[in-house]
Design a binder for this molecule. Structure first.
Ligand code: 5GP
Length: 188
């Protein structure tokens, strides 16, 4: 895949690292666009199809995957997630700076491909903060929270494979550090 004009930034972090909020802020304040990815998990309260995710039934996801529609895909917490190849390619072709927020398995697939990109890992200050954030979200069941905490340990270890790491201890500070590290330009 040629992406000579645009720029692809892959962002991962432990569940509860606040990476979605960070990416939203980057999109709001800097010249970059968020990639809407696909999932088979149920929408959370307030999530909109086509805005937060493209929500598919598992058979539809599998059909699209077989048709080669995803740049990468993975199973996360028992659901499929995948990056739509077409929307990434067309945005890069028109010169966009893209923020692709995906899990560490997906990021590894992109790292092992020929796709030119930079990757960034969002760290949490400590495990107690992660637990607090997951519970504070009040969207996930206790079993899901426990699953996410267990997974966070292995996700954090994966951070060593990324070009950049930023600790999300304070939203404003972390956004600023990311913008500097990735040379993002402020929106006018
Ligand atoms: P959530 O269900 O909390 O929105 O996301 C769960 C995890 O799936 C997060 O780590 C998120 O970064 C990841 N994710 C979202 N979209 C994709 C995708 O297209 N591919 C992969 N591999 N992971 C994704």
């Amino acid at each position: 895949m040629s992406n000579s004009t645009g720029r692809l930034i892959v962002v991962s972090g432990a569940s509860g690292s606040g990476k979605t909020t960070l990416c939203d802020r980057l999109e709001r304040d800097y010249n970059c666009e968020y990639v809407v990815t696909a999932t088979t998990r149920a929408p959370r309260k307030g999530e909109v199809n086509g805005v937060d995710y493209n929500f598919y039934e598992p058979d539809e996801f599998e059909r699209r995957e077989r048709a080669g529609e995803f740049l990468e895909h993975a199973i996360v917490h028992g659901n499929y997630y995948g990056t739509p190849r077409k929307s990434v390619e067309s945005a890069l072709a028109r010169g966009a700076t893209l923020i692709l927020e995906i899990d560490t398995q997906g990021a590894a697939q992109i790292r092992n491909s020929k796709i030119k990109h930079t990757n960034l890992f969002i760290d949490i200050p400590d495990m107690a903060t992660l637990e607090q954030r997951l519970r504070g979200r009040k969207t996930d069941a206790e079993e899901t929270i426990a699953q996410r905490i267990a997974r966070a340990h292995s996700e954090i270890a994966e951070g060593a494979n990324y070009d950049f790491r930023v600790v999300n201890d304070d939203l404003e500070r972390a956004v600023f550090e990311i913008a500097i590290k990735l040379s993002l330009t402020k929106k006018k």
